[in-house]
Design a protein. Structure first.
Length: 298
């Protein structure tokens, strides 16, 4: 039996969407109701309706956002998920790397909605292949997520066999030998060298990113990935998120979205100051260089 009538669950859906971006369609309202019930239990409310009424009376606290996110977000990720995307990154990043080599050997990358960290660490592994003198570089890969439980696992950097189902060309044993320390019970831990390249921070994509400047840093990013995140967002929330991500990009930097997310957002809206590149079923958007810079480099 449902705890909420249709009007109440619809209002809850709207409030939560505005607070954390995630929106549930009519066929998934039962999942939303279950998540609210579990969040209410985590927060020691006497029942889910009491928690629901509190949501309407005041804005969600950080603790309440975390409790809801814990039960709304899905941990579906693995190393080198969607290999075509990493193949395309391998095609475009060398030119960017050479540009940054001449500008102080610094790279900043954001993996937004990083879940338990596999994507962020995959990027670190990719860079070890693309940057021959990586020890001389300042590499800063930031993985962000709204779910603090996922971030804790990402920082730990310990993974089981299921996380390796997307590895690229190297045989699995060689891949694990290069980038992991073998533990007991079939688990593997990311080596310290890669851990030093990656940090994990809390980021609610529905918020103004200025709130997170201390965590994210004030310098722009050379590459931003936001994949399989916006498909869960209300359409009205997608464009503001993409605009904020675009502002965080350095001139010449790249934004990678999942192909499923581009139709929802609208390619033209995404590409107001970004040049679209569609190849191998992968959408990449490059931020245009200022006219004075692009003219000098011709």
């Amino acid at each position: 039996m449902s705890l909420f009538d249709q009007e109440l669950i619809g209002r809850l859906n709207a409030v939560i969407s505005a607070s954390i971006g995630i929106h549930y369609g009519p066929d998934r309202l039962a999942d939303l109701e279950k998540a609210i019930e579990l969040a209410a239990q985590d927060l020691n409310y006497s029942d889910a309706r009491q928690f629901a009424l509190k949501i309407f009376q005041s804005s969600l606290s950080a603790e309440e956002v975390q409790a809801i996110a814990r039960h709304l977000t899905t941990a579906e990720t693995y190393f080198f998920r969607e290999p075509k995307a990493f193949e395309e990154l391998e095609a475009v990043l060398p030119a960017l790397i050479e540009q940054r080599r001449a500008q102080g050997k610094k790279l900043r990358i954001l993996s937004a909605g990083c879940c338990t960290g596999e994507e962020a660490y995959s990027l670190a592994m990719l860079l070890t292949r693309l940057v021959s003198d990586i020890d001389d570089w300042q590499i800063n890969i930031v993985g962000s997520d709204i779910n603090q439980d996922y971030l804790a696992k990402a920082r730990l950097g310990v993974y089981g066999a299921w996380a390796f189902r997307g590895v690229l060309s190297e045989p699995s044993d060689r891949f694990k030998g290069r980038f992991f320390k073998e533990l007991e019970a079939g688990n593997f831990e990311i080596v310290d060298k890669l851990k030093m390249m990656v940090q994990f921070v809390y980021l609610n994509l529905a918020d103004d990113f200025l709130v997170y400047e201390q965590q994210l840093g004030s310098q722009p990013f050379d590459l931003v990935l936001c994949r399989n995140v916006l498909i869960y967002f209300d359409k009205s929330m997608i464009k503001p998120v993409l605009q904020r991500l675009s502002r965080m990009l350095a001139p010449g930097g790249w934004l990678l979205l999942a192909a499923t997310e581009v139709p929802s957002a609208g390619e033209k809206e995404i590409a107001q100051n970004l040049r679209a590149r569609l190849h191998n079923e992968v959408y990449l958007f490059q931020k245009e260089l200022p006219v004075s810079i692009s003219a000098d480099t011709k």
